[in-house]
Ligand binder design. Sequence first.
Ligand SMILES: *Cc1c(COP(=O)(O)O)cnc(C)c1O
Length: 378
Amino acid sequence: MELSKIWLSSPHMGGKEEVYVKEAFDTNWVAPLGPNVNGFENDIENYLEKEVYVGALSSGTAALHISLVLLGVQPGDEVICQSMTFSASANPIMYLGATPIFVDSETETWNICPDALEDAIKDRIAKGKKPKAIIAVHLYGMPFKADEILKISQKYEIPIVEDSAEALGSTYKGQKCGTFGDIGVLSFNGNKIITTSGGGALVTAKKEWKDKAVFLSTQARDNAPHYQHSEVGYNYRMSNICAGIGRGQMEVLDSHIAKRRSMNDFYTDLLRDNDAITVFKEPNEDYFSNHWLSAILVNPEKANGRTREDLRLSLEGKNIESRPLWKPMHMQPVFEKFPFYGSNVSETLFEDGLCLPSGSNLTSEDKTRIKDSIQSFF
Ligand SMILES: *Cc1c(COP(=O)(O)O)cnc(C)c1O
């Protein structure tokens, strides 16, 4: 009998989701508005523990797109983006006809490198264009170097779009991720720490930006009895059904984080004595990662020449999903012609890095299978 598949990260329902969804059906709020949408937004606002406004949208990508629209990004503008990320961080720059400028990572948090960022800004200004925004990402739930990045943003007066799609519940110096940028972005896709089956949110301290985001996301309808439009709109609002799932998921978010973090402890214990492998961890107590995905670096020199790809294939043979880290955007065919600032940090991380099964719903049998498979590989 074939063993069931162990996924990297799969949806994990808490129980109350169906109650909220049923309520939506019972009251016929089957639409991209309704009490669950407002309730879900309130739940996130309370969770983030800051004076922020949250707009629930159809995806994290939509939230990134609307963020750039709010910041006034126009065709021909330049937007800085962390190179090591999922393509959704960069695609909205292209939707607007703007130019992505990619920046390398540093080795501690794997996120945008402050030095390379400042080099990029200075050089773009010297070449005649000041970038319109900086998209910085908290990869795998690990907060980026917020103090340093925010300082650069203030020094050059370039706003930050904080891609917190992977980092709901992570904190830096006690402050929740999603609340550092001029605009924060969350995702509730199926593989994220909580899911609405598909969805996202925009976070901002400015009420007028939240209102504008909702306005743009519902086709930019002016206040008139007929359909009247003075701006280009989008159909990006979250549905009341999805928001119902989200309300149920918010009730189990902290317990999901505890479980994901315990998966990271599991790998740390398992690989403690293996000097070919480094488990990705917080650099110091300022950082608290939700450990959405646990990741490792495999050093082939210390692993008798075997690479992360050998390990990945070996796990695949046992029906266990693992995946290389995000392939940097400046190495992607679709983006390779755009400027890149930095050295080979993200490239090396991509070559040696592997994400391991990290779901909050993994059973102790799953863990035993993972443990046996990794041990038999080494
Ligand atoms: C998932 C993800 C997104 C996009 O979110 P969707 O809800 O899938 O559109 C953006 N950025 C990062 C870093 C992500 O991991």
